[in-house]
Design a protein around this ligand. Sequence first.
Ligand code: SF4
Ligand code: SF4
Length: 432
Amino acid sequence: MISKMRRVSDYKQLTKELPHIRYVDPEKVYINLTTSRCEEYQLNVEPGDTVRLGQILGEKDGCFFKQPIYSTVSGTVEGIEKKVDGTGIEVECLVIRNDFKDTYDSSITDRPDSVIDQMTQDDFVEIVREKALVGLGGSGFPSYVKLATEETIHTVVINAVECEPYLSSDYRLIHDQPDQIFQGLSYVMKAVKAERGVIAVKKTKKELINILEREVKRYDHLDIRIAKLGDYYPQGWEIETYKNALGIKVPSGVLPTKLGILGFNVSTCASIYDAVKHNMPITKRYLTINGDAVKFPQSIRVRVGTLVKDLIKLCDGFTDDAEQVEMIIGGPMMGQAVDTQEVIVTPTTTSVLVFKSITDKEEPCVRCGSCVINCPVHIQPVNIMSAYKRNDTVSMKQLEADKCIECGLCAYVCTSKIHVTDYVRKAKASIG
Ligand code: SF4
Ligand code: SF4
């Protein structure tokens, strides 16, 4: 049997061993008001207004959910400018000049444990909704929708696999703040009355396993275990994680919650802790700046709304021999290429990768079948690509392009250097 997973060099050594730096004091932050999902918004503030850290500035609208917009610094509202977000689209942003005082909004207060102990699922859901928490692994899906599940959940899985090459932001989070992760997990378990919690991590991350195993002893009143998974890509794809961590195969098209499993990315889990315990929305996050065109790659704790341009400066810019560079927001397999540094850090920005431009010319498809063999969801990337090129919607549907998880493996393995994933992604969007 041919495995549908692949060993992909992880290139993480460089950043995971560097001490991470904090860069939480940009002169200005750019808080996105629109996204590809929400094109409308209302604001409660106007230019000249003074705002506090964690203050509600308005609300995103125009999609199936409304989402409060929070300030990530204290300072003064300057106006609205267009920047680019991590999906490569232009978004409207509220510009706030930082006063470097970090004056907290009055809503940012600690919730006593005695109050948390009495909380129901609805209470947890309301906090997570109100604080606008989303999947921080990159999905951006509203966390309250997942947490509001009405299914009977037996196991909560925290996905700390971080299987994309170069990424080490989750690594830094677990390294620096393991207690937040266990606390966040205990809150989710309490909310959905789950008997078990599992933290899934790659078995090659020995330092993290030591940290997690040390920490888990402090939670021996709960049934929490650490699942050590193989070093393959896409091990972090939730279906693969559940199969290997729990031995449960989730059939295609079935929601994991139907089988009693509720999963969150590890950074999302920590954000749930911050929201529940401290009433804090997402104002900062860890991210990785890496790639062969960056002078000093770093793991950075950064304020949401910071410009990527400022972060590149912080890494001393590009290497001297990098005449032309390619920039990717997110991992090299699933990330989005952008052609500007005017990109904002959002809660879902896991990394910024910059590579020296390699002009890999696409060759004609040699029908080697490698993309088909390696596709983890068992679809036929090469045939979907052909159907897309001839605008054949019927075939794209028959070939189930909508099942693609955009893992990037088909492009990675393509012997002809064809950007197969881009074609499948476009096919998926055109029939979606
Ligand atoms: S990107 Fe989509 S089509 Fe390509 S290998 Fe991954 S799941 Fe399959
Ligand atoms: S891997 Fe590339 S060359 Fe091989 S069949 Fe797929 S698209 Fe064609």
